[in-house]
Design a protein around this ligand. Sequence first.
Ligand code: 13P
Ligand code: SF4
Length: 308
Amino acid sequence: MEQRQVVIQELSRRIGELKEKRKAVILAHFYQRPEVQDVADFVGDSLQLAQQAAATSAEVIVFCGVYFMAESAKILSPEKIVLLPDEGAGCPLADMAAPEAVRSRKESLPGCIVITYVNSSAAVKAESDFCCTSSNALKVVLAMPPERPVLFVPDRNLGRYIARRTGRNLELWDGYCHVHDRLKADEILAARAEHPGALVVVHPECRSEVIDLADYVSSTGGMLKYAGTVDAPAFIIGTEQGLLHSLQKAYPDKSFYPAAPHMVCPNMKLTTLEKVRWAMEDMTPQVEVQPVVRERARHALTRMLEIV
Ligand code: 13P
Ligand code: SF4
C-alpha cells in the first residue's frame, strides 16, 4: 500500500474513535477531498447539509466545507458545538456582498423582498427575508408575490438563470463564483467533442453561455440524482471536481469527466484529514455567531426550509 494510503487509513481510524468520544457527526460537502468525504457521516449539497445540521442529535458538528456552511449549521443548531477544521476556508462569492451595501441597495428598492443565496455571511443573511440554495432557488422565487420587487444576492449567474426560468424580473447583485464563472462555452464544446454522447450537466453558478449548452442544470445534489435516473453511460460535469468522487462511487459503471481541468475550489480543498483530526482532538476552531445576527439570519434560513 502507498505511504499516503497508510496515513489516510490511520487518520480515518482515529477520527472514528474521536467521533464516538465527542458524540460528533461529520458533515461534508461534495467538493471536499475524496478521503474527507469518505470519513463523513453525511455528504451532501448546501441544502442537504443545512437540513442535516438542523436535525442532528449529535453534540458536535464537524463541518467539512467552507465558512458560510458551518455558520449556517451554527445558526440552525446554536446549542451545538460547530467545528470548522480550517477557519480560513472562506468563499470569495460570499465575500462579494457586505451587509451595509445590501442594506443600502434594499433601501433604494422600496417594498422589495431580499432573497439571499446561502453562499453569504450570517450578517448578510440577517439583512434578508429569505435564503435559498441552488436546489431550491426556483421554488423560493416562485413563492414570492409576483408584484413585489425582488433583490437577489449575491450570485448574478444563479439569479439570471432563475429569472429566465421563472419569468420574474429580479434585481441582481453583481457577485459570482470564480470557479464556475471561469467555465466558458468553448470549453463545453471541446469537452463534448472529446466525449461524444456524454450528457453535459452544469451548476447554475455557471454563465448563461454555458447553461445554454447544457443538457441539465442543477445543484450538486441534483446532479447526483440525475446521473442515476437517466439512461446514459457518460457525463461531463460542470462544477467543482470533488463531486466526481461521489458520482463515481454511486455509479461505478458510468463515466464522469470534468468540464474543465481548472474547476477546483481552493477553499474547499483546505480541509484535510489531518485538520479534521486536530479539530476533534482539540475541539477548535469553533464557529460562533453573535446572538443578534444569529436570530435574524435564522429567520431567513428557516423560512427557506419551510418552503422546500
Ligand atoms: P450546492 O448547493 O449545489 O452544493 O453548491 C454549493 C456551492 O458552493 C457551489 O459552488
Ligand atoms: Fe464559494 Fe465557488 Fe467555492 Fe462554492 S465553489 S464554495 S461558491 S468559491
